[in-house]
Structure formats: structure tokens, C-alpha cells
Design a protein around this ligand. Structure first.
Ligand code: ADP
Ligand code: MG
Length: 343
């Protein structure tokens, strides 16, 4: 008898879910990214018990056709890329076709959607089973609502790794903040345990952008930040960097985006740290909201399933550009600001 067998679809998805779905915040990230990819301009997030009990994301995007609803939950099913050329210049946040399959293998998932304004939509549900889905009519305005309940209900080992409701909620709120800073034109609301926590109206003018940054990062950040916008040989870096006087004891106010995607990258962190090196006391951390725009063909986002990491074709040029842009912006700040210590 042969010893090698194919994994059941459910087990394969649960293994893949280990990479994509670490905790409630990772679910919300994937759902919000899908909504943005669908062209939504309004995102409403509602969670209970830090997301463990319930996460609901509603959007006003393109919606999903009835025929595609069940397909949306299968693994490696995506409407976003079809060939390698697409992958090499991917412009959407998602493209791996794994999120909904992974989530529905470790939680109870309901996806309701309509592609027009007739009010009649369809709902597909899946409950961590062998990827069997059920389809039923359900009223819905144009867009989609994804409801995820009881995360890890069927994977007790994973459930044990969840932290307190407060910690999980903080991670989740962080994800919403990161995405809110990636799309000024989109409105976001966040509710937790029935309470309205955030309501950020969309708008892309400079003053609306500043309002959003102040809402997300706090007014003190905005009051202590310098705006910069520098372009050189096909690279553009813009955003806000806090004066050294607004340094933090933790690296908790650092937002860096590459072509609209929030990333954490060693090369980028190193360049930023180096730019602040002379003006920050040891052990203090800079605060910034920065956007790097590069030719999509010169950066690989398919390095890791969560897509937090990127690989630049010419890392040295990118590093030098970030370093010199920030160094320059900080050097323009008056000298007495530069080494003032804040606690
Ligand atoms: P990916 O985003 O990598 O394509 P997902 O598993 O996250 O994979 O989603 C699968 C597919 O379901 C997407 O390609 C898209 O066609 C559809 N989809 C998911 N969420 C939404 C949404 N909120 N609105 C419209 N379509 C969606
Ligand atoms: Mg996705």
C-alpha cells in the first residue's frame, strides 16, 4: 500500500492558514485588503471580544457574482492575476488566492454580496469543514460583507496562542490604522463590542490627509512632524517625519509604505535609523509616516505570505535615497530642536 497521500483540502488549508492567519488582526487585514482591491470607498469593521468571537467587514466595492461566491473560498482561487507577467507587476494587495480559503478552514465564515443596487444578493457559508459551501439568497446592497466567527474553534492548539482580548484588539486596531494611512480616500469605521471607536471620513486633499494622520497617529505627532516630498531618479519619498524632540521609547509609531503596501523591511529600517542617528539619543525611536513610490517592476512583494516583506531589485539605491532624503529633511530643522531630549 502506498504511504504517500494527498492532504485533504481542509488539512491543506489549515496548514496554509498557519502562515496567513496568526490571530484576529491577520483576518481583518486580509478582509480589508480584499475590500480595497474590490474598489471600496467605505469600510466598516465590527468586532467582538478582540475579534475572537466576531469580525465583520462590510464594504461598498464591486461585490462578487453568485457564480463566483463558492469559488472565492477555494484555495489558489483569485480574480487578480492569471499569469506570471501579472505577478511580476502586481498592483493589487492580494493575489495568492489563499486568504478566504485559509480563514474558512479555521473559523465560521459567511460571505454575503451583491454586484448591483437591486438589493438582492447571495450568501455563501463555510464552517471549517472539507471546504463544502452552502449558497442561499440574502439581501445586500452593492458590495460585500464577510463575517468571521469563532476563530480557531476547530484548532484548539492555535486557539491557545491567542492573548487577552485587549492585546488582540490592539493588534487589530493597529491593522485598521495601517490601512487607513494607506488610503486617505477611503472612509473607515471601527466598532468594538458595540461601541463606536473610530470614524474616519475619506478625502485626499492635503488638509484631509493631515486630518487623517492626526486622527490615526494623534495630534501631537502632526504638531511635531515635518512634511517632505522628494523625487529623484524614478523614486519618490513623501510623508511626515517627527522631529527628534518627538522621539518615542518604543518603535510604535512607524509607518512605512512601498507602493501603498505597509511593509516592515530591514533595509528600510536601517536607512531610517541611520538618518536619525546623529539627532536621536540612544534607545529612542523615531516616529514617521512615509510613502515610497517605485516602479512596481523593481520590487518583489511575493517574498512572504503576509507580504510584510519586499525585495528591491536595487536595494543600495533605495537605501541611499531614503537615507539622504530623511537626512536632508531633518537637517533643515533648526539646530536647537535637534538634540533636545524628551521624556
Ligand atoms: P486574493 O485576494 O489573493 O485574490 P482571497 O482568498 O483573499 O484571495 O480572495 C479570493 C477572491 O475573492 C478574490 O480574488 C476576489 O475575486 C474575491 N473577493 C474576496 N473578497 C472580496 C470583496 N470584499 N469584494 C469583492 N470580491 C472579493
Ligand atoms: Mg485577499
Amino acid at each position: 500500500m502506498s504511504k504517500i497521500k494527498l492532504l485533504s483540502p481542509r488539512l491543506a488549508n489549515q496548514i496554509a492558514a498557519g502562515e496567513v492567519v496568526e490571530r484576529p488582526s491577520s483576518v481583518v487585514k486580509e478582509l480589508l485588503e480584499n475590500s480595497l482591491d474590490a474598489g471600496a470607498t467605505r469600510l466598516d469593521v465590527e468586532v467582538e471580544d478582540g475579534g475572537v468571537k466576531l469580525m465583520r467587514v462590510r464594504d461598498n466595492g464591486s461585490g462578487i457574482d453568485k457564480e463566483d461566491l463558492a469559488m472565492a473560498l477555494s484555495r489558489h482561487a483569485t480574480s487578480k492575476i492569471t499569469d506570471l507577467d501579472d505577478l511580476e507587476a502586481v498592483a493589487t494587495l492580494g493575489f495568492r488566492g489563499e486568504a478566504l480559503a485559509s480563514i474558512s478552514s479555521v473559523a465560521r465564515l459567511a460571505l454575503t454580496s451583491a454586484t448591483d443596487e437591486t438589493g438582492s444578493g447571495w450568501q455563501v457559508t463555510a464552517e471549517g469543514r472539507d471546504m463544502e459551501t452552502e449558497l442561499a439568497p440574502a439581501p445586500h446592497p452593492q458590495g460585500a460583507t464577510v463575517e468571521v466567527r469563532d476563530l480557531f474553534f476547530n484548532t484548539p492548539a492555535r486557539r491557545k496562542f491567542l492573548r487577552t482580548e485587549k492585546t488582540e484588539y490592539n493588534h487589530l486596531e493597529d491593522v485598521v490604522k495601517r490601512l487607513a494611512l494607506s488610503r486617505y480616500d477611503v472612509s473607515f469605521t471601527l466598532r468594538h463590542n458595540g461601541r463606536a471607536i473610530h470614524n474616519w471620513r475619506g478625502g485626499a486633499s492635503q488638509s484631509e490627509r493631515e486630518r487623517r494622520v492626526a486622527q490615526v497617529c494623534g495630534p501631537a505627532f502632526m504638531d511635531n512632524a515635518v512634511h517632505l516630498d522628494i523625487e529623484r531618479s524614478g523614486l519618490r519619498l513623501w510623508g511626515w517625519v517627527a522631529l527628534p524632540t518627538f522621539s518615542r521609547s518604543q518603535a510604535d509609531l512607524q509607518h512605512f509604505y512601498v507602493n501603498g503596501r505597509a511593509i516592515r523591511d530591514k533595509l528600510v529600517s536601517h536607512a531610517v535609523r541611520q538618518a536619525y542617528q546623529d539627532v536621536l539619543y540612544h534607545g529612542r525611536h523615531p516616529a514617521f509616516v512615509l510613502y515610497l513610490e517605485v516602479d512596481p517592476a523593481t520590487v518583489d512583494v511575493n517574498v512572504h505570505p503576509t507580504k510584510h516583506e519586499v525585495r528591491f531589485r536595487d536595494g543600495r539605491t533605495v537605501h541611499n535615497f531614503i537615507f539622504s532624503s530623511l537626512h536632508h529633511a531633518l537637517a533643515e530643522v533648526s539646530p536647537e530642536d535637534r538634540l533636545a531630549r524628551t521624556e
